[in-house]
Write a protein that binds this ligand. Structure first.
Ligand code: HEC
Length: 147
């Protein structure tokens, strides 16, 4: 290959790389993109407190204590963090939400909550789910989170 040909090739590769780098601009919908990264096994984990009638109230207290300052009193979203009433969150499986709390999204400002004991994290999941979908649930056959 001539020197000139390899230069042209390098240039082409460079342009292609630059284009693919500019593609994933942070759209509004990608705020919740982390939820889609939950490993299948984690996402499939059922909430062990699904039938615990006190879990929602306990979760509400924990939310007040740890989450409301960023997500808002009613989880409606605030200056620092997005709404948890959004479909992306409401339609996530309990296991997915548990996984997200356990790992956080630190690079985007969502802390890790692995220091909270597991039952507390599951209580928070019950509370978030109890807020219900902002829109009617879709017909994908998932069990409604309401009692
Ligand atoms: C310091 C502020 C802050 C606190 C406190 C906080 N969060 Fe967040 N949270 C965020 C931010 C910022 C995001 C958006 C992350 C992103 O862009 O993916 C987020 C996202 C989320 C999401 C959606 C997942 C996603 O990828 O966006 C859930 C669910 C969530 N938080 C639950 C909680 C719960 C439950 C608590 C309390 C235990 C909590 N958060 C405490 C800042 C916070």
């Amino acid at each position: 290959m001539t020197l000139r040909a390899s230069f042209v090739l390098l240039l082409a590769v460079g342009i292609a790389t630059a284009q693919s780098n500019s593609a994933p601009a942070r759209k509004n919908s990608s705020v919740y993109a982390e939820l889609a990264r939950a490993p299948r096994k984690a996402a499939a984990r059922p909430n062990p407190l699904e039938d615990d009638s006190e879990a929602v109230a306990a979760g509400a207290k924990l939310f007040d204590l740890h989450c409301a300052e960023c997500h808002g009193e009613m989880a409606q979203g605030g200056k620092k963090a997005p709404s948890l009433l959004a479909n992306e969150v409401q339609q996530a499986t309990p296991g997915t939400l548990f996984w997200l709390l356990t790992n956080g999204v630190v690079r985007h400002g969502m802390p890790v909550w692995s220091k909270l004991p597991e039952p507390q994290r599951w209580q928070l999941v019950r509370f978030i789910k109890s807020l219900g979908p902002a829109h009617p649930p879709d017909a994908n056959g998932e069990k409604a989170p309401h009692p």
